[in-house]
Design a binder for this molecule. Sequence first.
Ligand code: ATP
Ligand code: MG
Length: 254
Amino acid sequence: MILSVVSGKGGVGKTFTSINLATILSDIGNKVLVVDTNFTSPTVATHFGVTPDSHTIDEALAKGTYNPMDLIWVHPAGFHFVTPSFNMVALDDQALNTIFEMLRPLFSNYDVVILDGPAGVGRDVYYTIMNSDAALIVANPNYPSLFNALKTHYFAKSLGKMVPGAVLNMYRKNSISPEEASNILELPLLAVIPEDPNVKDALQHGQPLVKYKPESPAAKGLYDLAEALTGKKIRRKARSGGSIWEKIKEFLFS
Ligand SMILES: Nc1ncnc2c1ncn2[C@@H]1O[C@H](COP(=O)(O)OP(=O)(O)OP(=O)(O)O)[C@@H](O)[C@H]1O
Ligand SMILES: [Mg+2]
């Protein structure tokens, strides 16, 4: 399954969702690849405090030939990722086409490929969605985000792609309700993820939230998303090195 994660508006939590979903899906035994298709302002690697200038998509593009293994970064959480460096700007269709032609052979080695997309509905988003089987829409509970997410939903549908549903991220009390958000998006909500200060703490520690604070409210929303996408009940993992009480709780209630 190749899943693009798109939103229309920027900064809504696509990368946060992609990385944590990848972590959960690899924890339950899948081989998972995350591709940062935000070619001109990549963020996947920076979420782990890394800014690669070699073993990158643009290095492969410049060389013309590459060994796929040279591109793959292995995250301690278990999933693999592929990233551009910070040197790419203003890509034309030919470059975008070549990049996906280079990357596509890698995809068949994985159970799940997550294409963490850029904002907007420009050519980079077109190529991201076109190279996926289904598009997951991420939105925040405000009108600018929701209407741009609706536009992206229609765009993915117009490209013949499945849109299984949306994630309402950064939800807080007194914002637009999940019901209204779902109506605007014309999609079921696969998860409602609350705004949660633990997300920033996890980022500062360079870790996926579901590893850093698996019991946090936002991590719960991410597990709900993984369960909705896989149709499976997923056992929440307590943090390794967590308190004895957490371990006892896990033992008693799982
Ligand atoms: N549920 C949440 N609670 C609190 N902060 C969050 C939450 N989700 C995401 N964030 C924070 O919001 C910021 C934007 O998130 P992220 O980078 O994932 O968005 P994005 O949609 O990928 O952005 P871009 O369009 O630039 O690629 C990050 O600092 C992230 O840590
Ligand atoms: Mg991003």
